[in-house]
Structures are given as C-alpha cells and as structure tokens.
Design a protein around this ligand. Sequence first.
Ligand code: PAF
Length: 281
Amino acid sequence: MKIITTIKDLQLALSSERNNGHSVGLVPTMGALHAGHASLVKRSVAENDVTVVSIFLNPTQFNDQNDLARYPRTLDADCALLQSCGADIAFAPSVEEIYPEPDTRHFSYPPTDAVMEGARRPGHFNGVCQIVSKLFAWVEPDRAYFGEKDYQQIAVIRRMVADLGFKLQIVPCPVVREADGLAMSSRNTLLSPDERAIAPRIYEALKASQDFAKSHSVTATIQYVCSRINAVKGLDVEYFSIVDADSLLDIRNWEDAQSVVGCITVYCGAKPIRLIDHIHY
Ligand code: PAF
C-alpha cells in the first residue's frame, strides 16, 4: 500500500491506473478507523481494481472546536488496518495541502442539509461537501463508499453529486455494530467504561421501538424512544426525528412515507460525547 500525502502524487499514481483502464473506489475517512471503516474498504477492494482511502480530519466540518481537538488521531494504526484490508493507496494529506486558501464555497441543499444534524451543527454539511467535492474531483472515483451510520450525510452527498454532476456511484454500506448493538464510531473510544456500558441502551430502545410502532402513532413512538433513553442516567436525547427516508422531512403518520427512518442523537456522559444512530420502520 502506498501512503501519499500530496494531491500531485495522488493524481500521478491514479493516472497510471486510469491509463491501464482500472476502476477506482474511494473511501473517504477522518481516520481513527474501526471495523466499520474496514467493511467499507473491503467492499471497495472487492468491487474495484484500485482502492483509495483518504485519511483527513477535515476542520471545516467541525462546528465545535472541542470536538475537533479531542477527535482521536491514530495514523499508524489506521495505515496498518488499511494494509490488512487490501487498500492500495492511503491518502493522508495535511490541512495546508487541502486548504492552501480558505474554502469559501457554500453548499446548500435544503431541506436535506437543514434538518436534524444540519439544524444542530451549523456549517457541518457545508464542510463535508467542501472536502468530499475536492476528493471526488481529485480522485475521480467510479464508486465512493460511505457508512449508513451517517444516514443524513449520505443524503446530502447524493444531492451534491447530482448538483455538481459527478459521474460516480455512491455506495451506502450497512452500519457495523459492536456485539452489544452500539453502532461503531470513532468517537466510541472517547467514552469512559461507565459511558461505554450505557451507550448500547440507545440501539436497544430503537430496536424495541420497531415493535412499539406497530401499534402506536408516530408521536407516541417518539415519546417512547426519548423517555426510555432519557431514563438511563448519563444519556440525554438531543433529538429523535421520525422522517421520510428520502426527503428526511418529519412525518406525522406512518402512511405519510413509503420508507420511514428514525434518526437519533444522544449525549452520553459528562463530557459529553455525541452519539448518532438510526432505525428503519
Ligand atoms: O463521515 C466522515 O468520516 C466524514 O464526514 C467524511 C465523509 C470523511 C468527510 O470528512
């Protein structure tokens, strides 16, 4: 596996692959890789001739500077994991390489980027679109792989791809969970043992709500999930929205959408760590 830190070297390496007619898969990451990322990389390796994994802790998508400062940085372990998954190129640039000038582009895809995470993390999806659009332009992947844990992020990126006319396929990949149900996330390593012990209660409540929803209204299901999670000392629901899986707009009745998803963000512990998850109904 090549470890590349400059855009010039990345494009040089990829142009020879392209000249040989090789397909390219891209897995964008912010590092602190875990088994969820490994599943994306393995899928890309299986479906493409060349797999590029970017490792870049993108500052422009952090609305909370404390969150950026404490985000885990584990480059050596990340590269070892990528090597074991069969990745061909790890692209690990500096902030100066990516943003020699401030990125003043503004992406706006309402309502997709305005609800839920978009409403609570101002500028977050703008920053995601800034970095992902740059990566798409430099790598020109045939396929790009994203974890469904960040359900809304995929919807926003799909809008951006349509808007900017990128010729690539977005491949959403299923959430990978710990044995106790907690969705894998780089932020999980920031949880104390006590916080880690209560975090699975989030998915437990979401799973239980699938049955509850069969005989209750949307409003009652929202209350059920929130009160069940808030009853756990150390967990505090920021929002739980039951939305149309395509438009991401709130639904009032189960019949309002063909496909329905419940998206949740919960504060865990004293720091606190923000955990996100979702469930399909
Ligand atoms: O999902 C992430 O890790 C990031 O938002 C992404 C897509 C790598 C962009 O920085």
